[in-house]
Design a protein around this ligand. Structure first.
Ligand code: UFG
Length: 328
């Protein structure tokens, strides 16, 4: 299939490109390189541009005979979204609508959307099933949910067929060690733990030790980025087979606390990691764990790297061989 991947030079996008190419899809990446890395998509056709540029999108659709879009390009930091909601509504909703419009006008009607566990807000039930109420507690989650809603209505009005994948905590790196996570600034737990392990940071600060969890630290469901990538390929197959629309959670169904992640990382790197205990980070729910039974039952998705230590090992392979990420 000819596939356009927006934000394909980013972390989850570039791993999905690897997966698609391994399945013989023809991939074109659209990325404005504000966060993504050219080096993450070597050998892949890269269009340097923006998802909000409807004219450019239509040109790309026509030139490459695009049959489906996987939409990653977005702003994705919870804390930043609380401080700057306008940027999130603009990037994630306004530009998202420009993409949907360009797709409808160009008769491209298959879309996989990169959504998030943040659509649920504070869980009232864990593991969280897809039927869980959606009540985001920050603009990031709200904007992702807004585009999910628009996709549903575009489906009804224009026959757009969409699959939303609600990721829990993406982690790890391609087992080859050639691509991995490189954010600036880095805010995610596992890369920060490994930076401390590598001596690139003095310590890791644990945000909060008084949560109502077994050890007082936040609990999250870490899912390997290559397992996320594989889910996108399965969702494409489902659209090709005629699925009209679907929403799936993606996690392993196992919750690990921040302290358990640090312990697993210490075992992987073979030395102690210096930790300091700080206050809670605002907006962090105590525990987020996915119920991913639906995608397993309907698409046959199975994680290949469910074990936390394996996830961290792949991340360590990347970080220890690329201490400064993709470089400048
Ligand atoms: N944490 C620390 N110290 C750090 C960084 C993180 O203790 O230096 C903790 C956080 O408080 C949290 C856990 O580690 O409990 C994981 O934090 P991340 O920042 O790695 O990930 P989040 O759970 O905050 O965010 C992820 C995705 C978001 C998504 C969100 C859904 O990265 O895109 O889940 O709630 F919106």
């Amino acid at each position: 299939m000819n596939i356009l991947v927006t934000g394909g030079a980013g972390y989850i996008g570039s791993h999905t490109v690897v997966e698609l190419v391994s399945r013989d899809h023809h991939v074109v990446v659209l990325d404005n390189l504000s966060k993504g890395h050219k080096a993450a998509v070597r050998g892949i056709e890269l269009v340097h541009g923006d998802t909000g540029d409807t004219g450019l999108l239509k040109d790309v659709f026509r030139k490459h005979n695009i049959e489906a879009v996987i939409h990653f390009a977005a702003s994705s930091l919870v804390g930043e979204s609380v401080r700057q909601p306008a940027g999130y509504y603009h990037n994630n909703v306004v530009k998202g609508l420009a993409l949907l419009d360009a797709m409808v006008e160009s008769d491209v009607r298959r879309l996989i959307f990169s959504s998030t566990a943040a659509v649920y807000g504070e869980p009232v039930e864990v593991p969280i099933p897809e039927e869980h109420p959606t009540a985001p507690t920050n603009p990031y989650g709200a904007t992702k949910l807004a585009l999910e809603g628009a996709m549903r209505w575009y489906g009804q009005a224009h026959g757009l067929r969409c699959v939303s994948l609600r990721y829990f905590n993406a982690a790890g790196a391609d087992p080859s060690g050639k691509i991995g996570e490189d954010h600036d600034p880095e805010t995610h737990l596992i890369p920060l733990v490994l930076k401390a392990a590598a001596g690139l940071a003095s310590h890791l600060e644990v945000f909060g030790t008084d949560y109502p969890t077994p050890d007082g630290a936040c609990v999250r469901d870490y899912i390997h980025v290559s397992d996320l990538a594989a889910a996108h390929a399965l969702a494409l197959d489902a659209l090709a087979a005629g699925t009209p629309a679907a929403v799936y959670n993606l996690g392993n169904g196992n919750g690990y606390s921040v302290l358990e992640v640090i312990k697993a990382a210490e075992e992987v790197v073979g030395k102690p990691i210096k930790v300091k205990y700080g206050p809670r980070r605002s907006g962090d729910p105590a525990a987020l764990v996915a119920g991913s039974g639906r995608i397993m039952a309907e698409l046959g998705w199975q994680p290949r790297f469910a074990d936390l230590k394996t996830i961290i090992e792949t991340a360590w392979r990347w970080h220890s061989s690329h201490p400064f990420g993709f470089g400048k």
